[in-house]
Design a protein around this ligand. Structure first.
Ligand code: FES
Ligand code: FES
Length: 157
C-alpha cells in the first residue's frame, strides 16, 4: 500500500508493506543509507533517527507507526550540504573509527544539545546510553560533544 512519510522536511510516498520496519524504508526505498542495521533488536542505536525531535531506533517499529511523524535522518541535519555543528565537531574530534554507529550517535547528540545547551559528562553519557560503538570510539565522542557544548552550540544543527 502507499504510505506517506515526512522525511527531512519533504513528503515522501512509498509503496510498501506497512509492517516493514522504518529503517528498511529509509535505506531501501528512500536511499537514505545513514541509519544502519546493527542488532536489529533496538539495543545498539545504529538505526536511530530523530522522530519529532527525539532519537528513536527504527529497526523494529513498523513504518506505519510513523505516518504522522516528522522524521529527520543524519542526512537531514546537513543544511544545503554543509555539515551541522555536531557533524563538524565529530569530524574535528576524529570521533569515529569505522563510522557504523556514528549516524545514530550524531542524531542522539543533536537531540541532547537541543534540550540542554550545556550538557555535563553525565548528561552526555545518559544521552548515549543506548548507543554501542564496537570500535571503542566513545571517549573521543564524549570529548567532541563536550568541546561543542563549551563552544555554546545552540542546537547542534
Ligand atoms: S539496529 Fe536498531 S537498535 Fe540496533
Ligand atoms: S566507530 Fe565503528 S562502531 Fe562506532
Amino acid at each position: 500500500m502507499e504510505i506517506s512519510l515526512r522525511v527531512n522536511g519533504a513528503v515522501r510516498k512509498v509503496d510498501a508493506d506497512p509492517a516493514t520496519p522504518l529503517l528498511f524504508i529509509l535505506r531501501n526505498s528512500l536511499g537514505l543509507k545513514g541509519a544502519k542495521l546493527g542488532c536489529g533488536a533496538e539495543q545498539c542505536g545504529a538505526c536511530a533517527v530523530l522522530v519529532d525531535g527525539e532519537p528513536v531506533p527504527t529497526c523494529v517499529r513498523a513504518v506505519s507507526e510513523f505516518a504522522e511523524s516528522d522524521i529527520v535522518t543524519v542526512e537531514g541535519l546537513a543544511g544545503d550540504g554543509a555539515a551541522s555543528d555536531v557533524q563538524r565537531a565529530f569530524i574535528a574530534g576524529n570521533a569515529a573509527q569505522c563510522g557504523y554507529c556514528t549516524p545514530g550517535i550524531v542524531v542522539a547528540t543533536t537531540a541532547l544539545l537541543r534540550r540542554r545547551k550545556n550538557p555535563d559528562a553525565g548528561d552526555i553519557r545518559d544521552a548515549l546510553d543506548g548507543h554501542l560503538c564496537r570500535c571503542g570510539s566513545h571517549t573521543r565522542v564524549i570529548r567532541a560533544i563536550a568541546s561543542l557544548a563549551r563552544e555554546g552550540a545552540s542546537d547542534g544543527v
